[in-house]
Design a protein around this ligand. Structure first.
Ligand SMILES: *[C@@H]1O[C@H](CO)[C@@H](O)[C@H](O)[C@H]1NC(C)=O
Ligand SMILES: *[C@@H]1O[C@H](CO)[C@@H](O)[C@H](O)[C@H]1NC(C)=O
Length: 138
């Protein structure tokens, strides 16, 4: 048994080393590609969690994609400016999406999202994201 395994083991080690190398290349490539986030993870764009807390610890870059998944009977997504965000109102020129699933690409700098209903927005469905420049591609 041991004698039969001996020639196989070095080959297995080689395969593992090769796999690890591919993994390293993969994660390096991913760093320079836009990242897609599902807003709120399993909860979605919802009142279950404070949406701003979902952004904590994440490093958003311009070009990253946010996927808003929500109950379109109850909620929507308004892309507002800072005034709209601060006051929970939909400013003139804001875009309101209400299909229940929207993909939005982050612009460089500040991006503000609220629910268009002031009480819902004030209840936690508001989120400000400052997207920095994308990392340089390799
Ligand atoms: C937001 O938009 C409204 C309406 O166009 C405008 O009056 C307000 O000054 C804007 N706020 C900011 C911070 O740009
Ligand atoms: C966004 O982040 C950058 C880098 O940290 C900072 O210089 C800039 O003032 C921020 N912008 C906003 C609108 O918060």
């Amino acid at each position: 048994m041991t004698r039969m395994l001996t020639p196989i083991l070095p080959a297995a080690v080689l395969v593992i080393i090769m796999l690890l190398q591919f993994q390293a290349i993969d994660s390096r490539t991913l760093d320079s590609k836009p990242v897609t986030y599902r807003v709120g993870d399993e909860f979605g764009w919802d009142l279950t969690i404070d949406m701003q807390s979902w952004t904590r610890g994440k490093n958003f870059h311009a070009g990253d994609i946010l996927v808003f998944v929500y109950d379109s009977q109850s909620f929507d997504v308004a892309l507002v400016n800072q005034t709209g965000f601060d006051t929970c109102t939909v400013n003139d020129g804001a875009k309101v999406l209400d299909s229940g699933k929207n993909k939005i690409q982050l612009a460089f700098g500040a991006n503000y999202f609220i629910d268009s209903v002031a009480s819902v927005c004030a209840g936690g469905m508001k989120m400000a994201i400052n997207a920095t420049a994308p990392p340089p591609s390799l």
